[in-house]
Design a binder for this molecule. Structure first.
Ligand code: ASP
Length: 652
């Protein structure tokens, strides 16, 4: 990573309330002293901008010869060209660029000594752009300055910042506020705000009420680990909500017809690249309503966001598997697992598995009795070698499919030999007719368990890798986004055994159950009776909205009968002391709570997709790092023993 330094400048001390207040940081003493009046007061009296770069850009001709004032930052190190003329690039507060130019000796010397990221306001006349350098060829005009005012110097070392702009991933996270000045991030924050506005406007039009629910909640396990908040009352803790789930159900019991909230949620989980310990959901709940009502509502909101913010449509698949515009297709969990090997398939790709049921069966291992294959047609076309990643064991958690390139005419039938240890083929003729393999294809095959607890399955992982390694192949033409509802999930999963006991793929204790979604999800009516006898076979009324292989949202029809809810908590999930943890909900359900259903959209993920980014960090103003710290404000931080005492907390 590049080193990044801030000039430690004794001549220009930090303000009375800024920085290290007379302390020692990085071995340099910062002296707090009041700077002279004439260095400070002029910064507070400045020419306000009369224009923006984009306003001038939209009709340059009519601005030629006009005097304008612009505000922003010096984006590139100023260049002196010839004896008495200086150029610099100004980036205005909307993130657009123009060139400023001056021959006035006093301004020339000011600009010459300017630093990248100095905050400035300038006044001058719009002129046809004079000097051309290759980098800035988009700039058609410049401003010949009459006035140049520095509103605040930047201590950033110019050369370092210049190179960091080109490598945003290396940008030191403690200077996030500098990174956010870059137009990409300004746009990202704007798009996020636009998306939130669409959510509010569309839901308000549909009669939803926006309601805030408490952030100081109570510890009630919902799935993930919680963040606890100590109080000054002995042994009393709040917990930050993992989601407003219980409060929104309480709102349904409170007579609210349709609720929504753009809600902050907190989960103390291991952080992966695409997770944050605090995140935002568009959370909604509808009473006297069912899954179809929620899905209709959510589709309207999401499609409008895409249309207005990304100017794109979200397609779906028709009954023949072709992309079309229309209500999102409904796919069952079993269907997506057997066709795509994952519960959130990327449906932009046309790749699908071949079901060889009845034609071939797995031989060796009863735990994985289903055999499937996936063909990559013409994967060799124009390629000497297939991407290594497709064959990399570590990508498969030790359950790698067998992958056979069809290199010769013979391979078109001989490929089966590679699978002899895994599968018994009952009708090879039919199989080969069905697959119709051609030279240049690749065939991959693997077994999987019946209940599909491997998610993704080995072949599902292979499909994902093929999609990412061949981004332009096997795709629906001209389609950027494809959405679907995935439903009919098992209501419960067997308890996954701890990490240490995992041999290759996760192993389960089939006598203990956890909710697939959360404990408030209702069973499918046709499976209701099996709640008592065979919980693992019960499907839930849970639905996920999946777009481009990303789970954008998830929700369910809820249990609104307190007896059923109690049975699930007591008898199936064996929650110790459910009354202490969930008594509030059980009571509210027992007092005439209407039937209700809801969903939450992952708003950070949604915004990342809108700007075409794979990282939610790009759409979160001040994200946490991988280990959960905020490098800008340096949190979490230690607390003195004295303060801890007030909270009855002792360090151990
Ligand atoms: N509370 C759920 C979640 O955060 C969403 C829902 O069921 O509405 O995943």
């Amino acid at each position: 990573m590049l080193k990044f330094a801030v000039k430690r400048c004794l001549k220009r001390p930090v303000g009375a309330h800024g920085g290290a207040r007379g302390g020692v940081r990085g071995g340099v003493r910062h002296v707090s002293q009041l700077p002279p009046r004439d260095e400070v007061i002029p910064k507070f009296s400045f020419q306000k901008h009369t224009h923006t770069v984009s306003a001038i850009d939209s009709d340059v001709a009519s601005h030629f010869g006009q005097e304008v004032s612009l505000s922003g930052w010096i984006d590139k190190k100023p260049k002196k060209m010839g004896k008495n003329i200086v150029f610099a690039t100004l980036r205005d507060f909307e993130g657009n660029f123009t060139q400023i130019v001056s021959k006035d000796p006093s301004i020339v010397s000011l600009i010459e000594s300017a630093n990248v990221e100095d905050c400035v306001t300038v006044t001058g006349v719009v002129e046809q752009r004079r000097a051309r350098n290759a980098e800035d060829k988009d700039i058609r005009w410049d401003v010949n300055l009459r006035e140049y005012q520095t509103l605040n110097h930047s201590d950033v070392l110019t050369a370092q910042l210049e190179s960091l702009k080109a490598t945003p991933n290396d940008f030191p996270q403690q200077y996030r506020y500098l990174q956010l000045r870059i137009p990409f991030y300004q746009q990202a924050l704007k798009k996020r705000s636009q998306a939130a506005t669409v959510v509010r406007s569309e839901l308000a039009e549909m009669g939803f009420t926006e309601i805030e629910t408490p952030l100081l909640f109570k510890s009630t396990p919902e799935g993930a680990r919680e963040f606890l908040v100590p109080t000054r009352r002995k042994d009393q803790f709040y917990a930050l909500p993992q989601s407003p789930q219980q409060f929104k159900q309480l709102l349904m019991a409170s007579g609210v017809k349709n609720y929504f909230q753009i809600a902050r949620c907190f989960r103390d989980e291991d952080l992966r690249a695409d997770r944050q310990p605090e995140f935002t959901q568009v959370d909604l709940e509808m009473s006297f309503a069912d899954a179809a009502d929620v899905q209709r509502t959510v589709e309207r909101v999401v499609k409008r966001i895409w249309k207005e913010v990304a100017q794109k449509d979200i397609y779906t698949l028709d009954s023949t598997g072709q992309a079309e515009l229309g209500p999102f297709v409904h796919l069952s969990y079993d269907q997506v697992l057997s066709q795509y090997g994952i519960d959130k398939p990327d449906l932009r790709s046309t790749l699908k598995f071949h079901n060889l049921e009845g034609l071939a069966t797995a031989v060796e291992n009863a735990e994985y009795p289903v055999f499937e294959v996936c063909v990559l047609p013409g994967a060799f076309e124009g390629k000497a070698k297939l991407p290594k990643k497709l064959f990399d064991d570590s990508e498969y958690r030790n359950r790698k499919p067998i992958i056979v390139p069809i290199k010769t005419e013979d391979d078109r039938t001989k490929w089966v030999e590679k699978f002899q240890s895994m599968v018994k083929f009952h009708d090879l003729g039919k199989i080969n007719e069905l697959l119709n393999l051609q030279v240049g294809d690749v065939i991959a095959g693997s077994t999987r368990s019946k209940l599909s607890y491997e998610n993704p399955t080995p072949l599902g992982r292979f499909r994902q890798l093929a999609i990412s390694e061949f981004p332009d192949r096997w795709r629906h033409d001209g389609v950027d986004f494809v959405g679907a509802w995935v439903e009919d999930f098992p209501l419960f999963n067997p308890h996954e055994l701890p990490e240490a006991e995992k041999v290759d793929y996760p192993r389960y204790d089939y006598t203990k159950f956890v909710s697939t979604h959360h404990p408030f999800t209702m069973a499918k009516p046709e499976d209701y009776e099996r709640l008592d006898s065979a919980p693992l076979s019960v499907k839930g009324e849970h639905y996920d909205l999946v777009v481009n292989g990303v789970e954008l949202g998830g929700g369910s029809r809820r249990v609104h009968d307190s007896q059923v809810q109690r049975f699930i908590l007591d008898e199936i999930l064996k929650v110790p002391n459910p009354d202490r943890l969930f008594g509030h909900l059980l009571k509210a359900l027992s007092m005439g709570c209407p039937p209700h259903a809801g969903l939450a959209l992952g708003f950070d993920r949604l915004c990342a997709m809108l700007i075409g980014s794979s990282s939610i960090r790009d759409v979160v103003a001040f994200p946490k790092t991988q280990n959960g710290t905020d490098p800008v404000v340096e949190s979490p931080s230690t607390i003195s023993d004295e303060v801890l005492k007030e909270y009855h907390i002792k360090k151990v």
